[in-house]
Design a protein around this ligand. Sequence first.
Ligand code: AMP
Length: 117
Amino acid sequence: MEDIENCIFCRIVRREIDSKVLLHDDHITAFDDINPVAPIHVLIVPNRHFGSLGDLQKGEESLLGMMVQTGYRLAKQLGVEKSGFRLVINNGPEAGQSVDHLHFHLIGGRRLGWPPG
Ligand code: AMP
């Protein structure tokens, strides 16, 4: 059983922890990463708690589409649609997931290397 009470992103969604929230609707919250790795670094999270991709059940896939669309809209709003940006999910320990609440990173505003480190 996940500890939704203490999940840091759940607490941001509930506005129990301060954060620079860029968007909040019925399904999704987007806020600035506290430790940005690029001039633009926004986290896009579902308001509902899912630990990772593996927790999404059949029928809940549309949430991912909404998150991607939100990422694209924010990229446009923040002026990196044309220059380029990444939408990334770190899923699991080897990918570097450090917060167990599903999220996309929207990263942009500088040239991004490939492959990632
Ligand atoms: P990941 O390592 O992919 O799980 O990403 C978690 C991200 O959450 C990291 O980039 C952290 O800097 C960020 N983060 C952790 N705590 C906070 C917070 N309180 N507010 C905003 N971002 C946070």
